[in-house]
Design a binder for this molecule. Sequence first.
Ligand code: NAD
Length: 259
Amino acid sequence: MDLGIRGKKALVCASSKGLGLGCATALAEAGVELVMNARGAEALEAAAADLRERFGVEVKTVAGDVTTEEGRAELYDVAGTPDILVTNAGGPPPGVWSDWNRDDFIRALDANMLTPIALMTALVPAMMERGWGRVVNITSQSVKAPIPALGLSNAARTGLTGYVAGTSRQVAPSGVTINNLLPGIHATDRAISLDTGVSEQQGISMDDARAQRQATIPARRYGTPAEFGAACAFLCSQHAGFIVGQNILLDGGGTNATI
Ligand code: NAD
């Protein structure tokens, strides 16, 4: 399927690895010019070079922390007025509800709620002026069903979801769609770090920790960044203009819910 977005410009945050890279890859394959971002320059430059070579699209890079004002200012300088915005950043650390103090919540809210909101506030107005835009926020299945060890994520991402529910309906008349993609368990560094936590906590091997988590997923496997990226590229495509303010689960059936 031709996604109809060849030549559009996208800013994909936190995209040197994992789900962000999956999104950047699928957009590059659709002919979209990219600005990629991550904290570490080395992996970022390698990922950008790979996409330039494989898909022949222009890829600019900005190494920096998207959760800081300085990091975002540099992104705005380089990205200008992109047509497509994919927001992403690392997730908060796991723990127990009684572990977290105000500072922990402020950090989580900054990274996983206020950062995507700041990016949308800065970049959506130019999309509205041009009458076309796509925003995809990478959130989490924890928005549909809370994950006990990820209380910081449950809280921050639900706040973002409420914001998107209201805002998406206000910008839709100008041809801009905002939607959220909710990953379940995917095979990325984040999954390895969560498996490591389970393995240490329960005194079991990494293989056993992974097998235990896979058994909780009806698809009996982790998702891949490539299939996540394909869903993101579709939401950014010309065909998805009627999808507004939705929360789309990609979790292999892991969330046991009727709707
Ligand atoms: P990952 O750790 O594999 O990749 C993170 C990427 O983000 C890297 O490129 C890293 O450099 C970049 N990054 C992290 N923090 C950044 C920051 N502050 N500024 C700029 N770049 C930053 O993570 P992932 O598995 O791809 O997950 C992406 C998001 O999806 C995270 O918020 C994660 O919590 C969430 N999520 C992931 C899963 C999963 O199973 N992988 C499940 C649910 C939710």
